[in-house]
Design a protein around this ligand. Structure first.
Ligand code: NAD
Ligand code: ZN
Length: 251
């Protein structure tokens, strides 16, 4: 049983503006591995950091394309977990609520979250590696990377790879949400990948209280007001229940 500190419960009952940052840890209980866990099967021989880069795509587009095809399939097969649903429930209770995610799996939206900022894109979409056109559907040739229907260049997943810029509009909206919130949650993220890792500090410097939910301590932990150690799929439903008196469970 997760007990939430009573002063945090009181604070959340009164709060008007909340921002939340999530990372791969939130989807771990749905069965999607984080990048820090060992890969399995065919992909065990590769490190994600060597696949999720523009250089990897240049070197071996088919390999990177197939890795994303596997992850896309898996993301479509799994279901949101109790942590995703608890965040969707929190959004209904807090007047201004922004969910900033580094995840590309779309599980927050599937759980009912509405105001979601996807900092790292979404694995269900692709975009052209040259003309930037985006597509939600495309024709997959028997093998290889499909060409862009507009210009013939290679399509790529519409995600942000290591070493790439974040989409400026999303990053600006995330920074504005961090600066204006009263409480900022950092959940299931190792809090080291920039610029997302700076968001809690922006919030803190603007006067927000910081809450961290993680299995383990992170570089952010020394700065937070509340460290709730545990699985997000257990801690978040307990928090929603204690603050707003309702139990959220997977639909
Ligand atoms: P990360 O940096 O977000 O680290 C994962 C964190 O989650 C770790 O601190 C770990 O202690 C914590 N964690 C693990 N299971 C947890 C749980 N059940 N409850 C609470 N905390 C838990 O993620 P990463 O794997 O290092 O990935 C780096 C980049 O790749 C990020 O952009 C990430 O979002 C992306 N990525 C996305 C997905 C996805 O969309 N599902 C999956 C893998 C990686
Ligand atoms: Zn194109």
């Amino acid at each position: 049983m997760n007990t939430i500190p009573s002063d945090l419960v009181r604070l959340l009952r009164l709060v008007k503006c909340v921002a939340v940052l999530t990372g791969a840890g939130v989807s771990q209980e749905s069965g999607l591995p984080t990048f820090r866990e060992a890969q399995t099967g065919l992909w065990a021989q590769y490190r994600p950091e060597d696949l999720a880069t523009p250089e990897a795509f240049e070197r071996n587009p088919q390999l990177v394309w197939e890795w994303y095809a596997t992850r896309r399939l898996k993301a479509g097969e799994v279901k949101p977990n109790a942590g995703h649903y608890a965040l969707a429930a929190m959004e209904k209770r807090v007047p201004e609520f922004t969910l900033i995610t580094q995840n590309v799996d779309g599980l927050h939206q599937r759980a009912g979250s509405r105001n979601v900022i996807e900092l790292h894109g979404n694995i269900t979409r692709v975009r052209c590696s040259r003309c930037e056109a985006r597509f939600e559907e495309w024709e997959q040739p028997e093998s290889g990377v499909p060409p862009c229907p507009r210009c013939g260049s290679k399509l790529r997943p519409d995600v942000v790879w290591f070493g790439e810029m974040l989409p400026p509009r999303e990053l600006n909206r995330a920074m504005a949400a961090a600066k204006s919130c009263q409480v900022f949650f950092s959940i299931g993220t190792s809090a080291v990948v920039e610029p997302a890792a700076s968001l809690p500090h922006l919030a803190r410097l603007a006067g927000a209280r910081l809450v961290e939910v993680n299995l383990n301590e992170t570089p952010l932990t020394p700065y937070v007001d509340y460290f709730l150690q545990g699985k997000s799929g257990e801690v978040l439903p307990a928090l929603v229940k204690q603050v707003w008196g309702e139990e959220e469970s997977a639909a």
